[in-house]
Every structure is written in structure tokens, then in C-alpha cells.
Ligand binder design. Structure first.
Ligand SMILES: Cc1ncc(COP(=O)(O)O)c(C=O)c1O
Length: 379
């Protein structure tokens, strides 16, 4: 490489190094090692995975996939079959669906296709951080309007930020990390007035009161992101999709490299949709447990837990969240530390686990906050 090339490469690498991306989080193995614990004793409640989908069921379906699919071949009809299955599940036509390697990947694709240098991507804060990273990777500008103190949308604040440069509005609903779902009338008002695309992230849609998916038949500028990682318990296989009117869905489906999504993930998605009753039963069980968990959290002195329409619960603690977080790690409970959010200085987020996992969380929290009374059995 010549001197000019070296200079260019150095500058390029420094710019890439400065880009933000998802920071590595604690894993079961890292916590076991750091605190001398048995991996089997650790409960992982930091990533909003769904433990209500039986692991054995996923393994059995994957064995079927291995038998039925010839993995020596490139994908053939599997993507089309999955789009048809998703469309049936959502009561839409397959033309409204574009599938991807996780909803994060579809989000990245939408930002790459629709945002250019000089464009502004708008959202609110606090919300899911991956959107900010996607925007910054594309050299676009990121702007965020704070939510109201009670986590409702500041519709007027958002409207005031609309300009001829705001080309993408990201609304995560139910929102990660606050857990609330926004009012559909407010969402529709924003879709109608926004001078660009509105991307609504419904990663937690199945745990919520309603879905914005039917709105895609009405609004040409709406794209809804959905995933198999949460309700369907398939986070490890990375499968997500976008729902939008056919012209927009076709655009989102356009990718330069062929066969991006592997046959195993595509076929597993279809098989889970064929077993949607099992998924719905798991979601119902999780939602029942979520209500109990929120009540039990609020019974702990020094904890304020917020209502949730997702598979996680946000709470603020009287004690420093740094101290509480480490106390929990020492007891083998991994949750997500968020710090200050709006008016709440010590925010933490915990996935709704199976009953015995939640008991472990509650006991560890009580100890950390100075309440030693032991919780037994199911919450
Ligand atoms: C709001 C939101 N969107 C998307 C994702 C990731 O979904 P996927 O696994 O499909 O990339 C998450 C995961 O935590 C999330 O919280």
C-alpha cells in the first residue's frame, strides 16, 4: 500500500473504531467464572429472552428441520413459505412481509436503504439503543426527544422536531426499556404528519394490548418490525421480519447478497407458526407471571416497578443501581443495569423469567435492599 493509501486506511479505521455498537454484556459463563458460581445456578434475565417456550420443543422442531431439509443446498422455497406463514398469522397477504436475519438486521437494512448523509433520524429517549447505532453507521444524524415523565410520548415535542431533513421516525412500542405501549391514536397522528418513513418496532408486540400491524394497509410510510426472538423463543437463530405495504416491503426485501437467511432459521420460523397455539400459551403464562412479578417487586421497600406490556419489567431502586446490580451478580442473577432514565436515577430491567427464576430475583433484591424475608415458591 502506498503512503496515501496508508493514511486513508488509518483514518477509515479510526472512524469505524469510533462508531458505537452493542456493548458486550454479562453471560452465564462470565458470571460463573467471575463469582465462582455453578453455571446451572445462574439465572439470566438481562436480554428479554423467552424461557416459557420449552427448550425441548425447540430442539425437537430443529431435529425435524435437520431431517426434512437438505442443508447442502442453497435456500429454495423456504423464504416464500415463511412469508406465507407470517402473512397468515397476521391476516395479511405475503406481499406485505419481508424477512431478515433478526429484526435488528431488518432495522439496519431500512436505515441503509432510506437514510443518507445529511438526513436526520428521529426518535424519543430512552429507547432501544440499536437504532442509534444503525443511524450513525449510515452517517446520518440522530435526534431524540425525551418521553414525558410518565413514559408517555411527547407528541408535540416530536412534531416540533419534524423538518424537511427528518426522513425516518423510530417508535419502539412496547418500548424497551420502559415497557409501556403507546396510544394508537398518538401513533397514527405521528404517522400522518411525519414527512418520511415511520418504523415501529414491535419486538414485544405479542405481549402487548394491541398491534399496529393492521395500520400497514392504511399508511404507505409505515414499516413495522417484528421478531421470532421474543414471543417465539428463537433468539439464537436470528429471525425477524418487516411488515409494510407491498411497495415498501418489496424495497425492504431488496438486498445485494442472495440467500442471506439460512434454511434452518426460515424453516424453524414456519414450524413455530404451525405451533402457534404453543407460543400463545407460553405468552399467556408469561403475562400472568409478569403481573405477579410487578406486584412482588413493588412490595419490596426501596423498589418502584413500572407496568409492562412486554416480557420485562423496569424498576428503580432506592439504593444505587450499581451496587444492586453487583449484589445480584454475586447471587447468580443477571439483569440489565440502565442507570438514570428521565427522573429515575437507579433503573434496572429484568426479563420475566420462569416462576423459580423470579423468586431468585426477588430474594436477591430483598437482600440487596436490606429486607431479609425469604420468598418461597411461585410468585
Ligand atoms: C426493541 C427491540 N427490538 C429488537 C430487538 C432485537 O430483536 P432481534 O433479536 O430480532 O434482533 C430487541 C432485543 O432486545 C429489542 O428490545
Amino acid at each position: 500500500m502506498n503512503a496515501e493509501g496508508k493514511k486513508w486506511l488509518e483514518a477509515k479505521l479510526a472512524a469505524i473504531e469510533a462508531l458505537e455498537s452493542y456493548a458486550p454484556e454479562k453471560t452465564i459463563a462470565s458470571v460463573a467464572k467471575d463469582y465462582g458460581l455453578s453455571p446451572a445456578a445462574i439465572v439470566k434475565l438481562n436480554f428479554n429472552e423467552n424461557m416459557y417456550i420449552p427448550r425441548g420443543k425447540i430442539a425437537a422442531l430443529l431435529r425435524e428441520v435437520a431431517e426434512e431439509c437438505d442443508l447442502r443446498l442453497y435456500p429454495q422455497e423456504e423464504e416464500e413459505q415463511l412469508r406465507e406463514a407470517i402473512a397468515k398469522y397476521l391476516r395479511l397477504q405475503p406481499e406485505y412481509v419481508a424477512v431478515g436475519n433478526s429484526s435488528d438486521e431488518v432495522m439496519d437494512r431500512v436505515t441503509r436503504l432510506f437514510l443518507g448523509k445529511g438526513d436526520v433520524a428521529l426518535t424519543f429517549t430512552p429507547t432501544f439503543s440499536v437504532f442509534r447505532y444503525c443511524v450513525q453507521y449510515n452517517g446520518a444524524e440522530y435526534a431524540a426527544v425525551p418521553l414525558q415523565k410518565d413514559f408517555r410520548l411527547d407528541v408535540e415535542g416530536l412534531r416540533a422536531a419534524f423538518t424537511s431533513k427528518t426522513k425516518l421516525l423510530y417508535l419502539c412500542s412496547p418500548n424497551n426499556p420502559t415497557g409501556n405501549q403507546f396510544a394508537s391514536a398518538e401513533i397514527e397522528a405521528l404517522i400522518e404528519d411525519f414527512p418520511g418513513l415511520v418504523m415501529i418496532d414491535e419486538a414485544y408486540g405479542e405481549f402487548a394490548e394491541y398491534s399496529v400491524v393492521p395500520l400497514v394497509e392504511r399508511y404507505e410510510n409505515l414499516v413495522v418490525l417484528r421478531t421470532f426472538s421474543k414471543a417465539f423463543g428463537l433468539a439464537g437463530l436470528r429471525l425477524g421480519y418487516a411488515v409494510a405495504n407491498p411497495a415498501l416491503a418489496r424495497a425492504v426485501n431488496k438486498i445485494p447478497a442472495p440467500y442471506a437467511i439460512n434454511v434452518a432459521s426460515l424453516t424453524m420460523g414456519r414450524k413455530l407458526l404451525e405451533n402457534v397455539g404453543m407460543v400463545q400459551a407460553a405468552v399467556a403464562a408469561l403475562k400472568a407471571e409478569r403481573g405477579k412479578l410487578i406486584s412482588k417487586l413493588n412490595e419490596i421497600r426501596g423498589v418502584e416497578a413500572f407496568d409492562s406490556q412486554a416480557n420485562f419489567v423496569l424498576f428503580n431502586t432506592r439504593r444505587s443501581c450499581d451496587a444492586v446490580y453487583v449484589d445480584l451478580l454475586k447471587k447468580g442473577v443477571i439483569i440489565k443495569k440502565l442507570g438514570k432514565l428521565l427522573d429515575y436515577p437507579n433503573c434496572l430491567r429484568a426479563t420475566v423469567g420462569l416462576p423459580e427464576m423470579n423468586v431468585k430475583l426477588l430474594n436477591a433484591l430483598k437482600e440487596s435492599l436490606g429486607e431479609m424475608h425469604e420468598e418461597r415458591g411461585s410468585v
